[in-house]
Design a protein around this ligand. Structure first.
Ligand SMILES: [Fe+2]
Ligand SMILES: [Fe+2]
Length: 133
């Protein structure tokens, strides 16, 4: 069983959003695997960097939908996105500077953040998008 399983319960019913969430979970699993099997810093750093850039793109995609459709929760949703990006960028910088190693705690943080965000925020957005196609 993967570390972060993208279960059906995590699907919000929007094809593009679900697909990107699955890719994010996949990257978290790859990073977890690289950590667990003691892969090189280079390899771990590469996955971390992919995770950061894919997360930025994914959040932008959601925010574009919110803007286009006049989603009332845009501002608060965007604040949450922004806060995670800041944290992941800090993580990436520290990691690249050699001042930290990835920990299982970090992996749990990422997995829990994504899970909670999808269930609480992205699900609301998907419901809105279905009602406002
Ligand atoms: Fe999302
Ligand atoms: Fe989101």
């Amino acid at each position: 069983m993967p570390f972060a399983e993208f279960t059906d319960g995590l699907r919000v019913g929007h094809e593009e959003i679900d697909h990107q969430h699955a890719t994010l979970f996949d990257a978290v699993n790859r990073l977890h695997g690289a950590l667990r099997t003691g892969r090189s810093r280079e390899e771990q750093g590469g996955i971390l960097s992919f995770l950061r850039s894919y997360t930025v793109d994914h959040f932008q995609m959601e925010e574009t939908y919110m803007k286009e459709k006049g989603y009332p929760g845009l501002e608060s949703h965007r604040v949450l996105h922004h806060a995670l990006i800041e944290q992941v960028m800090e993580l990436e910088d520290k990691y690249a500077a050699g001042s930290m190693t990835l920990s299982i705690m970090t992996m749990h943080f990422l997995k829990d953040w994504l899970t909670n965000h999808i269930q609480n925020e992205d699900r609301k957005l998907a419901v809105f998008l279905r009602a406002n196609p």
